[in-house]
Design a protein around this ligand. Sequence first.
Ligand SMILES: Cc1cc2nc3c(=O)[nH]c(=O)nc-3n(C[C@H](O)[C@H](O)[C@H](O)COP(=O)(O)OP(=O)(O)OC[C@H]3O[C@@H](n4cnc5c(N)ncnc54)[C@H](O)[C@@H]3O)c2cc1C
Length: 602
Amino acid sequence: MPQCSCALLFYYFIFFSTTPLILFFSAIDYYTDYFQNVFVTEPKFNEYDFIVVGAGSAGAVVAHRLSNHGKVLLLEAGGSPNPLHSFPGHAYGLISKPEIDWGYKTVPQKNSSLAFKNQEVFWPRGKVLGGSSSVNFMFYLRGHPLDYENWSNITGDEGWSWDNVLPYFKKSISQYKGEHQTNEDQYKGSEYGFLHIESKNFKNLAREFIEAGKELGYDEIDANGPQKSGFGHLDRNERDGARYGTYSALLKNPKHPKNLVISKYSQAVKIDSAKLLMLSGIGPKEHLKSVGIKPLVDLPVGKNLQDHVLSVLLPFVIEKPLSIVAERDFTVEYFMEYFMKGDGPWTCPLMITSQAFISSSQVKQQGIDWPDIQLYIVAVGNSVAGALTLSEAQNYKKDFLDKIYEPYLGTDGFVILNTLGRPKSVGEITLKDKNPFSHPNIDPHYLEHPEDLAALVEGAKLAVKIGSETTPFRNLNATFSDIPIPGCEAYKFKSTEYWECYIRYFSTSLWHPTSSCRMGKADDPRSVVDSKLRVLKTRNLRVIDASVMPVIVNANTNAPTIMIGEKGADFILEHWAQQKLVCDGKDYYLYKDANKCYYLSY
Ligand SMILES: Cc1cc2nc3c(=O)[nH]c(=O)nc-3n(C[C@H](O)[C@H](O)[C@H](O)COP(=O)(O)OP(=O)(O)OC[C@H]3O[C@@H](n4cnc5c(N)ncnc54)[C@H](O)[C@@H]3O)c2cc1C
């Protein structure tokens, strides 16, 4: 990679001169979009067949599918994303930006996140068309078949089994140009699909990571089909190197524009499904009373919150220039590669090039291979910018990071993200008060369950072994910092107690909250919606988003949420077909000889 003796100065010049410009143009873009939306009259109907609140990963899919059959009003609290959102290299820069992010944070955590200011973890959520799919890191993963067998058992509905959700994952795909093109059975595009999935050429340290896994006895895998323990490349929701979330795919140029009215900057008074239901009087009776809301329907809304916990392992140092060091590699060459060819490092969010699924010993004891640890390798060296960005985007204490990074600044290296795929700790979302604009209390109870910490300790030990003791990394002279992190100096370095302490400091969210409006059987006291996603004890109201997952899946949650959107749209269409007998359009057909009209399930 190109070298320059005055690179640090150059980097600072570029950083401090472009950042205000980016902020300035983003602000212009935001206010132009906002005022255009207020003053330019949109075509409106007097009445709608469906109202969808939230144009996120699931909401955009539901609105799109329904607009093929009826008039849809899609209410979104945010506006259009600015053009920078499609640039994967800038994904980290989108976090916590108030024009597009709700700006949530957790309440102070008791068992985790000691390296964070006030032990509060930032919880980014997209407030923009496309929702969190417009700000996420775009990795495309579906989960383990057993995740869905579990859903099927919990709901008592075979419709959520792996065999029955797989067609919905496939249905969303339009074009697959990822790592596993030979696996047609998993990825063949559908004529109804809209997602583009690809994997570009920046794969630094991925081969070393996968080969290290093989040396330790793991297979090289396609993590989607069907998942098992092993190491493999990552696919992303991109098209020609640009983000391709539900905004680009479905809302930017809607397929049924006459039927779909998108109302931007329209906050349906309440925020997010759990909060929305509680402010409407649907939630835990005693809690609603305590904040002055009249309870209408007593349901465990906000309970059962789950999230993937992430512990960052750094710094690793290598002696070959295979990582991106911001001060050195912020080059014209890489930008040209991106803008001219749609390729290179800037197609890769956070330079995460590969990942692994591992079953901890707790899981192996049960005689199954249902991984509960996910490791990612991040081909980022040790830079001033890295520490600054981590602290600003995620609320880490800056001085804590400075102490860890200082001896290694400017060196090549990498980071391993050690994440918990199947956490046992369960959190809760409650209302602060009855003001719809107040942020909710978010308490994920990270690491409360002792088995969560035990699994992450195993992940940390394995990650450090991979990154410093295996042949592919030894060939790079890779080392893991031997300086204990501040706060854990009292423990024997790399002992189980040291890792427990390390993880309690370095633990945050992987930004995959689920299950606060859990789906389940009607007589299960944990259920908020039934297996057709209808809110229990109410009529004509469904929740269709990540919050309905009965248990979080062992995978990044965007693709599973889009799948939920697909199924949810079909549930509504099935129901609607039975309500209204309409046979006048070409999209409708007569079902057998039952003398009833059904809608084609797109
Ligand atoms: C920074 C980040 C990185 C991530 N990286 C990945 C990744 O690489 N791969 C992956 O698979 N997953 C990733 N995820 C998770 C994934 O993006 C989410 O699980 C998924 O987008 C959730 O979809 P959803 O439909 O439930 O909610 P969202 O997509 O968040 O949509 C909710 C929408 O509703 C709107 N809304 C909320 N309340 C109201 C209201 N009252 N009125 C009107 N509109 C409202 C919001 O503004 C938003 O647009 C990431 C998430 C984040 C935040």
